[in-house]
Design a binder for this molecule. Structure first.
Ligand SMILES: CC[C@H](CNC(=O)c1ccc(S(N)(=O)=O)cc1)c1ccc2[nH]ccc2c1
Ligand SMILES: [Zn+2]
Length: 260
């Protein structure tokens, strides 16, 4: 049973063999075409109230770098925007490329960004995360685009400083006293649409909230991310890069914008 990944023999084009949802009608990521977007004046602003004490660990699972939070009660929550109720923050992770000119999962009017950060929240009315991922309103992911620029966001440093401690698959390190809302860009403008996990099992349970304004990182910071290895510490180094899923068909879905 070859575990899914991003290589030729286990990559996105073959996920459907073990995860049939991957060929669904509401898959993510998609391209955002401004000409097809609908400005929805009824969309409320979104609000995150995160407890820095909820941050627990950072890990390399061989497919991404993930920060895990305590989601055993409404400690760090996202509300508003297209959402009904408070969704609990469970984890954040990233997708990135092998060079600065690509790596994001969502593409905006043809523009690919160097990376994309996902903050994953779930709806506690469904009991637990496993239950939430079976519901159309089960999960909400805030997506932040990362672009390479001259004035990198200092708040990204905290995550990137930990990379040296989780170089190989399975490595985990404590990651505490961290409020991920410091990563948000100035503008709260967003696009929203209904989609899926961008990794297997590709359940179509996600309300995507994709922020319009990218945050800046440096090329050195991107190189740091690319120094992670897909393999364990006693295996050959296999650079963890290009862990992004290609664009999926929009299939008539409407993308709404909170802005004009
Ligand atoms: C359904 C898969 C899940 C593990 N994966 C995730 O949580 C996840 C979250 C967000 C994204 S993205 N890139 O779209 O933001 C992709 C994957 C997962 C799988 C089995 C499980 N059993 C119990 C809990 C549980 C969770
Ligand atoms: Zn993701």
């Amino acid at each position: 049973q070859s575990v899914w990944g991003y290589d030729r023999d286990n990559g996105p084009d073959r996920w459907h063999e073990n995860y049939p949802m991957a060929k669904g009608d509401k898959q993510s990521p998609i391209e955002i075409n401004s000409k097809d977007v609908r400005h929805d004046t009824s969309l409320a602003p979104w609000h995150a109230s995160y407890d820095p004490g909820a941050a627990k660990t950072i890990l390399n699972n061989g497919r991404t770098c993930r920060v895990v939070f305590d989601d055993t009660f409404d400690r760090s929550v996202l509300r508003g925007g297209p959402l009904t109720g408070a969704y609990r923050l469970r984890q954040l992770h990233l997708h990135w490329g092998s060079s600065d000119d690509h790596g994001s999962e969502h593409v905006i009017d043809g523009v690919k960004y160097a990376a994309e950060l996902h903050m994953v929240h779930w709806n506690p009315k469904h009991g637990n995360f496993a239950g939430a991922l079976k519901q159309p309103d089960g999960v909400a992911v805030v997506g932040i685009l990362l672009k390479v620029g001259k004035t990198p966001k200092p708040e990204m440093k905290r995550i990137l400083e930990e990379i040296d401690n989780i170089k190989t698959k399975g490595k985990e390190a404590p990651f505490q006293h961290f409020d991920p809302s410091i990563l948000f860009p100035k503008s709260r403008d967003y696009w929203t649409y209904h989609g899926s996990f961008t990794t297997p099992p590709c359940e179509e349970c996600i309300t995507w909230i994709l922020l319009r304004e990218p945050i800046e990182v440096s090329s050195d910071q991107m190189a740091k991310l690319r120094s992670l290895s897909k393999n364990g510490e006693n295996e050959p180094v296999n650079p963890l890069v290009d862990n992004w899923r290609p664009l999926q068909p929009v299939k008539g879905r409407i993308v709404r914008a909170s802005f004009k």
